[in-house]
Design a binder for this molecule. Structure first.
Ligand code: NAD
Ligand code: UDP
Length: 327
């Protein structure tokens, strides 16, 4: 699918998604430079790659300029979970906006092709369902999610202006909820929260009635979509939705995780966070048509793999192990 031996920069490469991307790029025969400030990323995510002579890790904050020579850039750096991006909202907007300016400036100088990890959050709390790329969204510009949503929207603007003004080769993916091994156990996202709670036998924290919906994509499927998008002809700039179009309620997810772990955890209700989207599901027709891409891993299989990962992780921490999984 792609020519080998390119020099590829991955910002946010020590994070959940970035570490999987680095692995795939190395397996394709590329040289990978992982840049990360370790705000939410972990060295443990890339420890197994450090011995590879084609892999290099650099501690750097993309809010500051970076001078390296590369052929392609994947710009992933940005905290992704609501509790992490709301921890220091000004830094979140800076990372999205200043980070995009710095990485686009770098791409312009070295004439690199550049990919932006955008998000379904650009649609806000959508009133159109499922979300297509031509839907312009329903974002609250002053709410607690705005630092992330508006930062990512502005980054998209910058990508398309650099494309029009400087003829840069760009790719913009709007990523919907993705899960899998190496999610941070304390990142507050629904899949990691529910699995960790179930494995520990703690109450499962359902926000609101649990009738809000999401559509969950397994990490391997998502990374495959990114690689296809990057390898597509240059007129395929995006934005392009990448996610799993199988919608589920958050309550159904909780029940499925309880069943898969054999947990005795009970469901408890907590208040719904401000501006929490009611319904979210991607329309992936564009990705199907242009990239011949659609997710292959069903939710149950992806959850089993993710549960196995957290089970090992918690066992290593001396925490309770799952009653049904022994790995
Ligand atoms: P993550 O928090 O695990 O990874 C983000 C990485 O970026 C971390 O390693 C973090 O340390 C690094 N980082 C943050 N600020 C930085 C800065 N200023 N300079 C350098 N590094 C910085 O999150 P993730 O789930 O792997 O998400 C990766 C990207 O995908 C993000 O841009 C996110 O917005 C996007 N995304 C993810 C999802 C999802 O469901 N996981 C959904 C939509 C979009
Ligand atoms: N959620 C929940 N319990 C949790 C964590 C999250 O019910 O312990 C809900 C949350 O309110 C939201 C959905 O699960 O409706 C997905 O939340 P997440 O933070 O994973 O992602 P996002 O809201 O950004 O899609």
């Amino acid at each position: 699918m792609s020519e080998v031996g390119k020099r590829i920069l991955v910002t946010g490469g020590a994070g959940f998604l970035g570490s999987h991307l680095c692995e795939r790029l190395l397996a394709q025969g590329h040289d990978v430079l992982c840049v990360d400030n370790y705000f939410t990323g972990r060295k443990a995510n890339i420890a197994h790659l450090l011995g590879n002579p084609h892999f290099e890790a650099l501690r750097h904050d993309i809010c500051f300029p970076l001078y390296v020579e590369v052929d392609e850039i994947y710009n992933l750096a940005c905290p992704a979970s609501p509790i992490h991006y709301q921890f220091d909202p000004v830094q979140t907007t800076k990372t999205s906006v200043l980070g995009a300016i710095n990485m686009l400036g770098l791409a312009k100088r070295v004439r690199a092709k550049i990919f932006q990890a955008s998000t379904s959050e650009v649609y806000g709390d959508p009133v159109v369902h499922p979300q297509r790329e031509d839907y312009r969204g329903n974002v609250n510009p002053i709410g607690p999610r705005a630092c992330y949503d508006e930062g990512k929207r502005c980054a998209e603007t910058l990508f398309f202006d650099y494309h029009r003004q400087h003829k840069l080769k760009i790719r913009v993916a709007r990523i919907f909820n993705t899960y899998g091994p190496r999610m941070h156990p304390n990142d507050g996202r629904v899949v990691s929260n529910f699995i960790v709670q179930a494995l520990r036998g703690e109450p499962i924290t359902l926000y609101g009635a649990g009738t809000q919906t999401r559509a969950f994509c397994y990490v391997d499927d998502l990374v495959e979509g990114w690689l296809r998008l990057m390898a597509a002809p240059d007129d395929v700039t995006g934005p392009i939705n990448l996610g799993n179009p199988v919608e589920t309620t958050v309550r159904a997810l909780a029940e499925q995780i309880i069943a898969l772990t054999g947990s005795r955890s009970e469901i408890v209700h907590k208040p719904l966070p401000v501006d929490d989207p009611v319904q979210r599901c991607p329309d992936i027709s564009r990705a199907r048509d242009l990239l011949d891409w659609q997710p292959q891993v069903p939710l149950q299989l992806g959850l089993e793999r993710t549960i196995a990962y957290f089970d090992r992780l918690l066992a290593g921490d001396g925490q309770a192990k799952s009653p049904v999984l022994s790995l």
